[in-house]
Ligand binder design. Structure first.
Ligand SMILES: NC(=O)c1ccc[n+]([C@@H]2O[C@H](COP(=O)([O-])OP(=O)(O)OC[C@H]3O[C@@H](n4cnc5c(N)ncnc54)[C@H](OP(=O)(O)O)[C@@H]3O)[C@@H](O)[C@H]2O)c1
Length: 281
């Protein structure tokens, strides 16, 4: 049995990770319980409980808000990770850090592998890469994921379904591509990588690369609505423009999983249909 402490335990991935470790001893540290920007609090929480592993899912994930407040974004996402890494080292805990497709600039025409050079274009991406730089020891896994959706918290599936209730016609950008990832598929893989003590960077996403336009169509289709209600626009058409730039291509090749002979997560349609069924029941 592993004793695992989860930061950001109230978030989309945090909640599913807590569930995925059922059968183990889980210390669920949500933002209210543990602010990772507070070094003393992090050291106290982790040294007093001495977990075998820490899954660090806490982060300031509001990409556009981060753009307007870089200091806060670095404090939470980069410095906060320094605190968690320091505390994990002190107790000899395995560390799993959640990172993002937004560490890449999106100019590569093909999917990004784990060994491609990061070059974030947003403050959020820079701060999350800063967090990666804090993971210095060999006893750690970095899980980069993308376009996270799930039952808990706000995400694009919920936004698309809400907009479809409010408006007859919808518009989504067709020039940003990525791989939607569902928290209830991600969490069991996070558990596996932690339990098996797999070091290094792993891209972990559901399969199936789409633009937001294509994804919105699939969400409507899964909900039994007419996908033709969605029309494509370009990022330049967004009015007002969003404060933070996004990479045009943030498709993550799950190369490390694949080449290590580990199973890939299923195509995103499978968890999408499960989620839509759940939300509408
Ligand atoms: N969402 C995505 O599309 C996506 C994509 C790639 C990678 N990731 C990464 O995956 C991880 C989990 O993200 P998620 O999708 O689960 O996002 P989420 O639902 O926003 O969860 C993040 C959690 O972190 C908490 N948090 C914020 N500031 C904190 C602080 N100072 N100390 C401790 N906790 C704090 C938040 O609490 P409050 O809400 O109460 O502030 C929230 O519960 C993050 O590291 C994120 O960067 C997310």
């Amino acid at each position: 049995m592993t004793r695992v402490l989860v930061t950001g335990a109230g978030g989309q991935i945090g909640r599913e990770t807590v569930d995925a470790f059922s059968g183990h001893e889980v210390i669920a540290a949500d933002h209210g319980t543990l602010d990772v920007a507070d070094r003393d609090a992090v050291l106290q929480a982790i040294t007093s409980t001495a977990p075998d592993a820490v899954v660090h899912a806490g982060a300031w994930t509001a990409v556009d808000a981060c753009e307007g407040d870089p200091d806060r974004a670095f404090q939470v996402n980069a410095l906060g990770t320094r605190h968690v890494a320091e505390a994990a080292r002190r107790v000899g805990a395995w560390l799993c850090y959640l990172s993002t497709d937004y560490v890449f600039d999106g100019t590569k025409p093909e999917p990004y592998v784990e060994w491609d050079a990061p070059n974030p274009v947003s403050v959020y991406g820079r701060t999350k890469l800063g967090g990666e730089y804090e993971i210095t020891g060999p006893d750690a896994t970095i899980v980069r994921t993308s376009w996270v959706c799930g039952l808990h918290g706000n995400n694009m599936v919920k936004t698309i379904l809400r907009l479809a209730q409010e408006h007859e016609k919808l518009a989504f950008v067709d020039d940003q591509r990525g791989q939607p990832s569902f928290a209830d598929d991600l969490a069991p893989m996070i558990r596996r990588l932690v339990i098996e003590r797999r070091p290094g960077v792993f891209h972990v996403t559901n399969q199936g690369a789409v633009s937001w336009f294509e994804f919105a169509r699939t969400v409507l289709d899964a909900a039994g609505l007419d996908p033709d209600r969605v029309r494509p626009i370009s990022t330049a058409d967004l009015d007002p423009p969003r404060p933070a730039p996004r990479p045009a291509n943030s498709v993550l090749d799950n190369a490390a999983l694949r080449l290590d002979g580990l199973p890939l997560l299923p195509h995103y349609r499978e968890p999408l249909e499960r989620l839509v069924r759940h939300l509408r029941s």
